[in-house]
Design a protein around this ligand. Structure first.
Ligand code: URA
Length: 191
C-alpha cells in the first residue's frame, strides 16, 4: 500500500466513526470513494443514494450506472479516476444536502483532494458546483463544459447523470450529447 493509500484508509476510518451531523444516525454505510488514489481526475457528485448507502460504493445506482456507461464509452479506464461526493452519508429520501451537512462533511473531501492532488476536479451536477464555485448566478447549464480555476485547482462542471435519465436523445446539443462531449473534453485534458 502506498503512503497516500494508507492516509486515505486512515481518513476513511475516521469518516466511519464520524458523528459530525445527524446523518450518522440514519446511514447504513459511509460512502467514501471508488477508484484510484493516483488518478488524474476526481469526479465529485452530490450524496449517496439508497444503493450507495447499502453498499458503501459511490455512483452504482441508476444514475451512477449511466455515468459509468458514458465513461466506459469515452475510454475511461479504472486507473483514470477517483469518485467521491460532497457528503459521505445518505440524506433521508435523497433530499438535497443542507448547508450544515456540507460544512460538517467537507473536511473529508478536502483532505481526499489534497492527498490525490488531481489535475482536474469534475463537479458532477449543481450541488457539487455550488460547493466549490461561489457564484449564485451560475447554473449547471451555464457552467458545464467550462474550466474554472480557483486556489490553484482546475474545476470542470458537468450535468448530473440523474438529469440524463429523463432525456434519452443523443442528437446534437441534447443533454446526453453534451454530457458525452464533456467527458471527451475531460479525457483530452488529462491525457
Ligand atoms: N448521486 C450522486 O451524486 N452520488 C452518488 O454516489 C450516487 C448518486
Amino acid at each position: 500500500m502506498s503512503q497516500i493509500e494508507k492516509q486515505l484508509e486512515a481518513l476513511k476510518q475516521e469518516a466511519n466513526n464520524c458523528k459530525n451531523c445527524e446523518l450518522c444516525k440514519t446511514r447504513t454505510n459511509i460512502v467514501f470513494s471508488d477508484g484510484c488514489s493516483n488518478a488524474p481526475v476526481i469526479f465529485i457528485g452530490e450524496a449517496p443514494g439508497q444503493n450507495e448507502d447499502e453498499t458503501g460504493i459511490p455512483f452504482i445506482g441508476r444514475a451512477g450506472q449511466l455515468l459509468r456507461k458514458f465513461m466506459f464509452e469515452t475510454n475511461f479506464k479504472d486507473g483514470d479516476f477517483y469518485i467521491a461526493n460532497t457528503l459521505k452519508c445518505r440524506p433521508p429520501k435523497n433530499r438535497k444536502p443542507t448547508k450544515e451537512e456540507k460544512a460538517a462533511c467537507c473536511n473529508f473531501l478536502e483532505k481526499q483532494i489534497e492527498l490525490i492532488n488531481p489535475k482536474l476536479i469534475v463537479l458532477v451536477g449543481s450541488t457539487a458546483l455550488e460547493s466549490f464555485i461561489d457564484d449564485k448566478k451560475l447554473t449547471i447549464t451555464k457552467a458545464r463544459g467550462k474550466i474554472f480555476e480557483k486556489d490553484g485547482r482546475k474545476f470542470f462542471p458537468i450535468f448530473h447523470p440523474s438529469y440524463l435519465l429523463r432525456y434519452h436523445s443523443l442528437e446534437e446539443n441534447s443533454p446526453r450529447y453534451l454530457f458525452k462531449k464533456d467527458l471527451e473534453t475531460i479525457r483530452a485534458i488529462i491525457n
